[in-house]
Design a protein around this ligand. Sequence first.
Ligand code: SF4
Ligand code: SF4
Length: 144
Amino acid sequence: MPTDPSIQQPCIHCGDCARACPDALNPEALFFALVRDDFAAARGQRLDACSECNRCVEVCPSHIPLLDWFRWGKSELAAQAHADALRARFIARNSRLARERAERAAARREVRADAATALPVQTISHADVLAAIARGRAKREKHP
Ligand code: SF4
Ligand code: SF4
């Protein structure tokens, strides 16, 4: 959290910073949002649109290091966005793995169901084979 207590004075709400901002931001509101660690408010005040021109700092009669605050706030927002992206990737990966597990389980159930309804395998006994050979032989003897 940037501070320079040796020269900094409290904000007197003069509005000079807002009038000086070329990006039509409200540096005072941004400053107080960041002091409160209210990053949602800082985002709502378009912190990311700050071009870091330093004009608000140049005109501030209270010598508040506004730009230091804004740079710190931007880095915090970037870190939060990175953490959010990692969390989203983690959740997406877990749901993909769960879906693939469910698909594999469904496929296994399908294979088991097919196997249960398949026709029984025909078994041929040794006696059947001998009988077939004997029939063939008899037919050949009858019609050589
Ligand atoms: S540093 Fe950012 S907030 Fe300050 S005047 Fe420049 S653009 Fe506006
Ligand atoms: S210029 Fe400085 S004192 Fe004036 S409103 Fe902005 S932050 Fe406050």
